[in-house]
Design a protein around this ligand. Structure first.
Ligand SMILES: Cc1cc2nc3c(=O)[nH]c(=O)nc-3n(C[C@H](O)[C@H](O)[C@H](O)COP(=O)(O)O)c2cc1C
Length: 215
């Protein structure tokens, strides 16, 4: 395994860098969206998927992948059930870390911030924009173990019959804003002298400061 893993190419698709010290915006949040779109243009599948790490009340971290639904000047938005593991952990500790890796673009972004519940109207608005199967599958979220895959398939079919037209938004479906206080942009360079810049601010809404970091 060791030799096999060490033979896998890295940064194979790195293009000429567009990341320059003179091209740094004052507000880095929209730049995350720009990097998502340029990763898509570079051929990255699901470039809007980020891993997000939460922490349990007793300090045990856990991470999973979520889709980013929107980005504005101040935050990234994601949606998930509030009674999921991540939702319960956010309720106990809203501080989260998130991460994108776009191999097709040779880039990553790391974020630290707080997750903020956007309320029922925004959550229902997000739910309404999901495809029918995704709306139905949101109703399959239950606590505890699943007895068999058959049970989930049967329940999915039952839900489809129960809701032939409109699929109601589950009360726990929640749109969250991830308002970052730290964002680090990383871009590979073929000479291995990679680029890093970190932005920090004291709180959401406060001014951003940035500095370059050693590779
Ligand atoms: C590409 C991808 C996108 C996903 N998008 C979402 C999403 O937007 N919302 C969500 O609740 N789960 C999404 N999931 C599933 C989560 O990764 C996770 O398995 C699920 O939400 C349960 O997480 P939890 O037990 O940590 O709460 C996605 C998974 C993948 C691989």
């Amino acid at each position: 395994m060791r030799d096999r893993l060490r033979s896998i190419p890295v940064f194979a698709n790195v293009a000429a860098t567009a990341f320059t010290d003179t091209n740094l915006p004052e507000n880095p949040v929209p730049r995350v969206g720009e990097w998502i779109l340029s990763a898509e243009a570079a051929g990255q599948a699901e470039p809007h998927a980020m891993s997000i790490c939460t922490v349990s009340a007793d300090g045990v971290p856990s991470s999973r992948v979520l889709l980013v639904k929107d980005i504005d000047e101040d935050a990234l938005y994601f949606a998930t059930p509030a009674d999921s593991r991540k939702g319960l952990e956010i309720a106990a500790c809203p501080r989260v870390a998130a991460h994108f890796h776009w191999p097709a673009a040779g880039r990553q972004v790391r974020l630290v911030g707080v997750a903020v519940d956007q309320g029922r109207a925004a959550s229902e608005g997000d739910f309404a924009e999901r495809g029918r199967e995704s709306r139905l599958s949101a109703h399959l979220h239950r606590p505890g173990p699943l007895p068999s895959r058959r049970a989930a398939l049967d329940e999915f079919e039952r839900l489809g019959e129960l809701h032939p037209d409109e699929v109601p938004c589950p009360p726990s479906w929640t749109l969250y804003a991830l308002a970052p206080t730290e964002i680090e942009f990383w871009e590979a360079s073929t000479d291995r002298v990679h680029h890093r810049v970190v932005y920090r601010r004291d709180a959401a809404g406060a001014p951003w400061h940035h500095e370059l970091l050693w590779p």
